[in-house]
Design a protein around this ligand. Structure first.
Ligand SMILES: O=C(O)c1cc(=O)[nH]c(=O)n1[C@@H]1O[C@H](COP(=O)(O)O)[C@@H](O)[C@H]1O
Length: 275
């Protein structure tokens, strides 16, 4: 079953929302946990309980596990496996990007069967050239998984480079990434997703893009569900996947409150985007 089919099933039954698992040190402390591997493990266990059976997509932010070394990666591996076992798709937010031969190794870590970190999808950065992502795209297809490539990020610092014109064309860097990603999805597999922040007008033509569009920025970065129809006017909103981390996680460590926050935000998103 292609990633596209699995994705449609997940959002069809659970709604369009991606919850981020970002164990910031401040959140660990606010949850009464230590800023150490044991604290991250407890944080992850609570997130599994609250999200694995509810959210269509769970997105662990790898950066917050890395400071704990091998112990942090062991927690991450268990979180990924438990969320997948609970029926959520897992998008590992690792933002990998390197020369092609190195991308193949990254892709096998996050997408190959048998890897301890095997997720359904991984975020990648196309700024060593979209073509450098080719081994990751092949690995994604082989695994019925996906890579989500940054296009127009939610942070203000990205604007200069992402809205620059590609030499010899009138097309922005971000639009060229969208167009190349759309070409990869022409086979209908939806094995390439985009990352387009929900925080502002992105200036992209997304009309021909047939794959998931991760839209981070809800809550802590200022975007709201009510902004989504305008920001994603012109896109096929069935593919838009709004995401939030801190605005959900601030309701922890109470499992019921976290669960309710996901359902509430998902309902707001579904209401705003419409069928
Ligand atoms: O790829 C991402 O998920 C991402 C892309 C982007 O443009 N902006 C962005 O905020 N993110 C990630 O989405 C999460 C946002 O967290 P909150 O601001 O707490 O909702 C973080 O893990 C970011 O690394």
């Amino acid at each position: 079953m292609t990633f596209g089919a699995r994705y449609r099933d997940a959002v069809g039954s659970r709604g369009r929302f991606c919850v981020g698992v970002d164990p910031h040190p401040e959140l660990l402390t606010a949850w009464g946990l230590g800023v150490d591997a044991d604290g991250v493990r407890r944080f992850a266990d609570i997130c599994v309980e609250a999200f694995a059976g509810t959210a269509a997509v769970v997105k662990p932010q790898v950066a917050f596990f890395e400071p704990f070394g091998a112990d942090g990666f062991a927690v991450l591996a268990d979180l990924i496996a438990a969320c997948r076992a609970g029926g959520a798709l897992v998008l590992a937010d690792a933002k990998r990007g390197d020369i092609g031969s190195t991308m193949a190794a990254y892709a096998s870590a996050w997408l190959a069967d048998g890897s301890p970190l095997r997720a359904d999808a991984v975020t990648v950065s196309p700024y060593l050239g979209f073509g450098a992502l080719a081994p990751a795209l092949s690995a994604a297809r082989a695994a019925d998984g996906a890579v989500f490539t940054l296009a127009r990020t939610s942070n203000p610092d990205g604007t200069g480079v992402q809205t620059a014109r590609v030499m010899g064309t009138g097309v922005t860097v971000a639009q060229q990434i969208v167009d190349e990603a759309a070409g990869e999805n022409a086979d209908g597999s939806a094995s390439v997703g985009l990352v387009v922040g929900a925080t502002r007008a992105h200036g992209l033509d997304l009309a021909r893009f047939g794959g998931p569009i991760l839209a981070p920025g809800l809550g802590a970065q200022g975007a709201s569900a009510a902004d989504l129809p305008e920001v994603f006017a012109g896109a096929d909103t069935r593919w838009v996947l709004p995401a939030s981390s801190r605005d959900i996680l601030r309701h922890g460590p109470d499992v019921a409150a976290l669960h309710a926050a996901v359902e509430r935000t998902r309902d707001e998103v579904e209401g705003a985007l419409g069928p």
